[in-house]
Design a protein around this ligand. Structure first.
Ligand SMILES: *Cc1c(COP(=O)(O)O)cnc(C)c1O
Length: 393
């Protein structure tokens, strides 16, 4: 086998110029639901697209290479990817999940728990005592999200994976916020890496998709079989677009995180900002672990405004470059209010326990000019201090 290529080369060129029919440089999109047999009892390797499709398989192969896994399954969404990993569990198996996980993951775990499909314990994984206590309950699966959404808390994947192995649990890391360009959990001991490819991997806000990469070949085969059974595999067209987006993953993430650092430093100095959550800042509690575990600090950050929810309303209505929308990881900058948007499905109690305040604002930093982003934030923050406009007017 050829020497393993640099991940940048894999992202830019895996599968390029391999078309033997016409020599197409760009891998063709196989937009077909079914494949003709060569003859009776003679299939050609692909039979039906729910089971396998060359375009989707190339995306899976590229993701497996980038994450250093043995195989990958491409799913129809990030939630389908999380659910695929959960399919390994049986009634009474215990999952340890972060208390501040992605809102959709929280909802899925709670819904399946309420149907008796497994047990869940939401734990602050940065709290060593809480984690040790949870591990004594012999969980089957530990779900990790680092940096977490939306507070950008960082946990030590290797340390948790070591403890999990001792307790006999598998470890799955949701790597959506950093992508394999900045963090490779399998090298740190994870068994599974989960992605919402909707975010940085596709990077252009025009596809909803997901993937699970498995460190072990047998695990990859089990997941692949299950995705075929339940029909949660992704569409070929989506795989083609995602692969096209993935070609530029590294340069996008590098530019976006440089912008994010500038934005974080600007916000940290602003008098109307009570706190900034960005592991790239020296003062951030996650800075030390992030510096060793990650190849960069990423382009997501959140901050707390002074002045509560009314200040949030004024801010999001005043910004023009930032679009008020859920999701993240695209080339365009977005602003979201977790309490009323991404985390609205979480009960107020759970939200408070996770530290998500009413005045927390989340930013996904895009590829716009740094000066325009900062000028826009300045515009948004300036109106917070201004007196209220009279109603009606
Ligand atoms: C968006 C997201 C998901 C869910 O992915 P979808 O593609 O929206 O289904 C899961 N985890 C994280 C961290 C996310 O940001």
């Amino acid at each position: 086998m050829a020497k393993a290529k640099d991940p940048r080369t894999v992202a830019a060129s895996n599968g390029v110029a391999t078309d033997r029919t016409y020599g197409a440089v760009t891998p063709p999109l196989y937009l077909t639901s079914t494949f003709a047999f060569e003859g009776f009892e003679r299939g050609r390797g692909h039979e039906y697209t729910r089971t396998s499709n060359p375009t989707r398989d190339l995306l899976a192969d590229t993701l497996a290479r980038l994450e250093g896994g043995a195989g990958a399954v491409v799913t129809s969404s990030g939630m389908a990817a999380v659910d695929l990993v959960l399919s390994l569990l049986r009634p009474h198996d215990l999952v340890i999940a972060p208390h501040d996980c992605y809102g959709g993951t929280y909802r899925l775990l709670a819904a399946r728990r309420d149907r008796g499909q497994f047990d869940v314990s939401f734990v602050d994984q940065g709290d060593q005592t809480a984690l040790t206590t949870a591990l004594r309950r012999r969980p089957k699966l530990i779900l990790i999200e680092t940096p977490s959404n939306p507070l950008m808390r960082v946990v030590d994947i290797q340390a948790i994976a070591d403890h999990a192995k001792d307790a006999g649990a598998k470890v799955a890391v949701d790597n959506t916020f950093l992508s394999p360009a900045l963090q490779r959990p399998i090298a740190l001991g994870a068994d599974f890496v989960i992605h919402s490819t909707t975010k940085y991997l596709n990077g252009h806000s025009d596809v909803v998709g997901g993937a699970v990469v498995a460190a072990d070949r047998t695990d990859a085969e089990v997941l692949s079989a299950w995705a075929n059974i339940t029909g949660t595999t992704g569409a070929p067209f989506d795989a083609h677009l995602t692969l096209r987006g993935l070609r530029t993953l590294f340069p996008r993430v590098e530019c976006q995180q440089a912008n994010a650092m500038a934005v974080a430093q600007f916000l940290a100095r602003h008098p109307f900002v009570a706190a900034v959550h960005y592991p790239g800042l020296d003062s951030d509690p996650g800075h030390a672990i992030a510096s060793t575990q990650q190849d960069g600090f990423g382009a997501m950050l959140s901050f707390e405004l002074k002045g509560g929810i009314e200040a949030v309303r004024r801010f999001v209505e005043a910004v023009e470059v930032f679009t008020l929308a859920e999701s993240l990881g695209g080339v365009e900058s977005l602003v979201a209010h977790p309490m009323t948007m991404t985390h609205a499905g979480m009960e107020a109690e759970a939200r408070r326990a996770a530290g998500i305040s009413d005045s927390l604002v989340r930013l996904s930093i895009g590829l716009e000019a740094e000066a325009d982003l900062i000028a826009d934030l300045e515009r948004g923050l300036a109106v917070i201090g201004a007196p209220s406009k009279p109603k009606g007017g």
